[in-house]
Design a protein around this ligand. Structure first.
Ligand code: HEC
Ligand code: HEC
Length: 393
């Protein structure tokens, strides 16, 4: 009896010792101690990379959507770059200046301010407005197969997009050489590049790829809407969104859902997954003010056409529209209710027929129900998810 006890104890100690050893070895092993000490002088990074891989919920997988694999070391490097003000001409602006985590990676300014106080032309787009960057925009791995970037659809991949932001004179205003020099000058990048790329060679292509890797790991699918869609999927796979009330929604939210499905989903998506069209004119102005997609293609029928944004986290991303003209969701809803302007490219969805703009003429109740529904698209977890947080000390 005694012997058995002792043997057990001995075995227990051995297992414990082995477990501890493995754990501490692993900690020890991930970054070289000298590297981690250096990184820790500047950055609050955990001693091994965060898991940047998202698993989509079933109700989104059921639509045939999937996320691409994310390389954790590249994403970690990309996260540091995303928050690094050294990547701008005057050292005051990072990607995060105009894409703030607590606002679902949008900016609360009508138009954003870049380096040297230069004011931009358009409202920042919320990176957290989509279910998952790679499921939505397509992946750089398979070429430009997804939804294009920017209000005027002018970039096809996350890398093209971030190069455009870094070199934009009204945003970060860096030349190609500036980018490499700025990164080379910071001591913490050497180990991060080594971990991500197996060599400390700093190139513009790697900078751009790493930022893309980080943003490709961003996703937002934990809203009340998602919780309810997931529950409903179980009992009615095909029409879970249509007429059925969501059991966890209030009466107002369920009424708002129907109004949304009736009037908005044909563009913005019933499932909050991918928009039904790449671009549209939603009747903001009777004449072309900002040419939008037309400014890129020069085609008459693209004038004043803009990207159809996804509306995830819309509660947090005011002001609204490409020029930030509306400050509240109530103003947006009023626009669709009574304010749509006829423009030659006005979408057929928003016409009363022929050359007439539609008036949705919502009642006071309809308007507040619709806003209540839009607020179910907020994902609180995204706002404090430490994987996406500012790593700088
Ligand atoms: C000075 C503010 C500012 C900075 C800095 C900035 N952005 Fe943006 N970002 C914007 C604005 C404004 C838009 C919309 C511009 C447009 O569509 O013409 C935008 C659009 C985007 C989009 C397009 C999203 C979509 O759905 O089409 C992505 C992605 C993005 N930015 C990522 C980044 C990254 C990554 C960086 C850093 C390399 C960055 N931004 C730096 C203001 C900024
Ligand atoms: C014809 C397609 C279409 C329909 C229908 C439509 N929208 Fe839009 N919506 C757009 C487009 C395009 C934009 C971007 C316009 C711009 O900024 O120039 C937009 C922008 C928005 C925005 C601002 C998004 C942001 O990030 O700034 C909100 C909110 C919105 N719509 C809500 C609604 C609601 C609610 C309805 C139904 C009452 C609706 N939309 C119906 C096409 C549509």
């Amino acid at each position: 009896m005694k012997k058995l006890h002792l043997a057990c104890l001995f075995l227990g100690v051995l297992i414990l010792a082995a477990a501890c050893k493995r754990d501490s070895d692993f900690n020890y092993y991930y970054y070289e101690p000298a590297d981690y000490a250096l990184l820790s002088q500047y950055l609050n990074l955990p001693d091994r990379p965060e898991n940047y891989q998202s698993e989509l919920p079933n109700h989104l997988m059921a639509l045939g959507l999937s996320v691409r694999p994310v390389d954790y070391d590249k994403a970690t490097l990309g996260r540091v770059l995303f928050y690094d003000k050294k990547l701008s001409k005057d050292g005051t602006i990072s990607c995060a200046s105009c894409h703030k985590q607590e606002l679902a990676f949008a900016d609360n300014a009508k138009v954003s301010t870049g380096v040297f106080g230069r004011v931009g032309d358009r409202n920042s787009i919320a990176l957290g407005s989509v279910l998952s960057f790679s499921a939505y925009y397509g992946t750089d791995l398979f070429g430009p197969s997804g939804i294009p970037f920017f209000w005027d659809n002018r970039a096809n991949t996350a890398s093209d997009q971030n190069m455009a932001s870094m070199t934009n004179p009204k945003e970060m205003d860096m030349s190609h050489a500036d980018i490499v020099n700025a990164v080379q000058a910071q001591p913490y990048y050497e180990p991060l590049f080594r971990m991500a790329y197996g060599s400390n060679q700093i190139t513009e292509a790697r900078v751009s790829e790493a930022i893309a890797e980080f943003v490709n790991g961003i996703g937002s699918f934990k809203s009340k809407f998602d919780v309810e869609a997931e529950k409903a999927l179980g009992y009615n796979a095909y029409s879970y969104l249509e007429k059925n009330n969501f059991s966890g929604f209030s009466a107002a939210e369920n009424r708002g859902k129907l109004i949304y499905l009736e009037n908005c989903a044909s563009c913005h998506s019933a499932t909050q997954s991918r928009p039904e069209m790449m671009k549209a004119n939603n009747g903001l102005d009777a004449t072309t003010v900002d040419a939008g997609v037309g400014g890129i293609t020069n085609a008459t029928d693209d004038m004043a056409m803009f990207k159809v944004p996804l509306l995830r986290n819309i509660e947090l991303t005011a002001p609204y529209m490409h020029d930030g003209r509306f400050n509240t969701l109530e103003e947006v809803v009023e626009h669709y209710s009574t304010g749509i302007q006829y423009h030659p490219n006005l979408s057929t969805e928003l016409r009363a027929g022929g050359a007439q703009a539609k008036k949705m003429n919502f009642s006071t109740q309809d308007k507040s129900d619709l806003v209540a529904f839009l607020k179910t698209l907020t994902d609180q977890e995204l706002l404090t998810d430490k994987r996406y947080a500012n790593p700088f000390k």
